[in-house]
Write a protein that binds this ligand. Structure first.
Ligand SMILES: Cc1ncc(COP(=O)(O)O)c(C=O)c1O
Length: 484
């Protein structure tokens, strides 16, 4: 047999050369910008587009040029979740250890599918999962998986609840087979995050079959209404409680909910995507009493655990339903019968197969700063929110609409003599002006149908002076506007 002649093969040599740059020198100015004002600057998409080279990429730009281009664009049109005056939505501040840790994730580039694909990564991910399961007080045999975010974690937890409710046949026959006698429903409070609704959509349950339970005066799920909902629905897939609602930071009465779920043999999923970080603080932990009785828990690392985007941990008290649902045996990834640590597969626990090494940044920050230091900071955030609430209560022109249960509160500028509609407009105008001035940012939301100023304190660099500065600006702008 004649050996084939080697054709003219032209490898792309550029791709095999190491990038010849000093990464930390390039990142330094970006890191320095993290706390600079303005937090955000109004922008028009076409103006931003002019700053980004969108011509066909022929190559030839140096990495230095590219960093300069992107940091310049970002300096002109920033959105700095990292700024200590950023009090909007639920956005992570990121930790100083993150840039290095995320660079390591890229360099290692392992796929966290399971032990065989990443022995060290799997060991680290399992270690972090154990630390966090201990915070929740979950049993030793509990398991978990890092996913892209809270939406994915909530959906995977609820998918496992379906598998538990309907057994092995569910995977084969689908939901329709179990909907004939009574519609499968998911119960949550009216204040639950919309990712629960989206899970219902994606899992084929449908939004009509979400039962939204009324909340009490503190926006927590009402137990009497939950009892009614359970009594009225014979096919309950799960109760999705929240530990730290998005709007007001309310923690549902988890212990009472868990007792009801146990009595009726219903899966309890706790969405602690935001609130989970508070568990790091020994002083805050009692507020979550009952979370240890959940079947699954979502905790976002990229929220109150201070990690840069992105990653969420989904914990299972008992992962057997998840395994029953997600287990696949393909020719190219033949699963071994052996149940040994070396055969461990994360991809049996959720829909994601290829996964980034999301646990590494958190492992590094926990080893570097310690769980107690991060927990002390979560407590500090809560104390800042409580201090802000006290300042609001002491001002005649301000009304505290929702007191903080964690690190979120809502209030209004409400001087005497103005009707509700004028107050609504005034508060919206104050929020916009604060944003324009650039040192602080609050997000908008509605409480009982009225716009409020919402503050979420989740940054490790926020200090009392930022809280005082925010309120001084609100009062100044509010008073200027009524005089104008
Ligand atoms: C309580 C709660 N659950 C779930 C989510 C969704 O998380 P993610 O944005 O990571 O998908 C959020 C987002 O803010 C949230 O506040």
């Amino acid at each position: 047999m004649t050996r084939p002649h080697r054709p003219h093969l032209e490898p792309a040599d550029d791709l095999t050369r190491a990038a010849d740059v000093d990464i930390s020198a390039l990142l330094a100015p970006l890191i320095q910008q993290r706390c600079e004002s303005p937090i955000v600057r109004p922008s028009i998409a076409t103006d931003v587009a002019k700053l980004i080279d969108q011509s066909y990429p022929l190559g030839g730009d140096s990495l230095e040029q590219l960093v300069a281009q992107i940091s310049d664009a970002n300096r002109q049109y920033p959105r700095r979740n990292t700024h200590p005056g950023f009090f909007g939505w639920i956005a992570p501040s990121g930790l100083p250890s993150d840039p290095l840790a995320h660079a390591m994730v890229s360099v290692l580039n392992e796929n966290l599918g399971g032990y065989w694909a990443s022995p060290v990564g799997t060991t680290i991910e399992k270690t972090v999962i154990r630390w966090l399961a201990d915070l929740v007080n979950f049993p030793a045999q509990s398991e978990g998986i890092f996913l892209s975010g809270g939406s994915m974690a909530n959906m995977s937890g609820i998918a496992s609840a379906l598998a538990k409710r309907f057994g092995p046949e569910y995977r084969k026959k689908g939901l329709a087979a179990f909907s004939q006698s009574a519609k499968p429903v998911i119960i949550c409070s009216q204040a639950a995050h919309f990712s629960i609704r989206r899970a219902a959509v994606m899992l084929g349950v449908g939004t009509d079959n979400i039962i939204p339970v009324d909340t009490d005066a503190e926006f927590r799920m009402r137990i009497d209404k939950l009892e009614e909902a359970i009594a009225e629905n014979s096919n309950v897939v799960c109760v999705a409680a929240t530990a730290g609602t998005t709007n007001t930071g309310a923690i549902d009465p988890l212990d009472d909910i868990a007792q009801l779920c146990a009595t009726h043999n219903i899966w309890l999923h706790v969405d602690a995507a935001y609130g989970g970080g508070g568990l790091m603080s020994e002083q805050l932990r009692p507020r979550y009493r009952g979370i240890e009785k959940a079947d699954s828990v979502t905790m976002d690392m990229h929220k109150w655990f201070y990690q840069s985007l992105g990653g969420s941990l989904l914990l299972y008290r008992d992962a057997s339903s998840a395994r029953q649902l997600f287990f696949e045996n393909s020719d190219y990834l033949r699963a071994s019968e052996e149940d040994t640590p070396e055969q461990y597969r994360f991809y049996d626990l959720a829909p994601e197969l290829s996964r980034r090494f999301r646990a590494l940044p958190f492992y590094m920050s926990l080893r570097c700063y310690g769980m107690e230091t991060l927990g002390r900071n979560a407590l500090h955030n809560v104390q800042c929110a409580e201090y802000l609430a006290e300042l609001i209560r002491s001002e005649d022109d301000l009304e505290l609409v929702v007191a903080p249960q964690l690190s979120i509160l809502c209030y209004r500028f409400r001087p005497d003599g103005l009707d509700d509609d004028s107050i609504d407009h005034l508060n919206t105008a104050i929020r916009d002006q604060i944003q324009l001035e650039g040192d602080y940012l609050m997000s908008a939301t509605q409480v009982q149908g009225r716009p409020v100023l919402r503050v979420c304190i989740m940054n490790h660099a926020t200090r009392a002076e930022h809280i005082e500065g925010l309120l001084a600006s609100v009062l100044r702008i509010g008073r200027e506007k009524i005089q104008a």
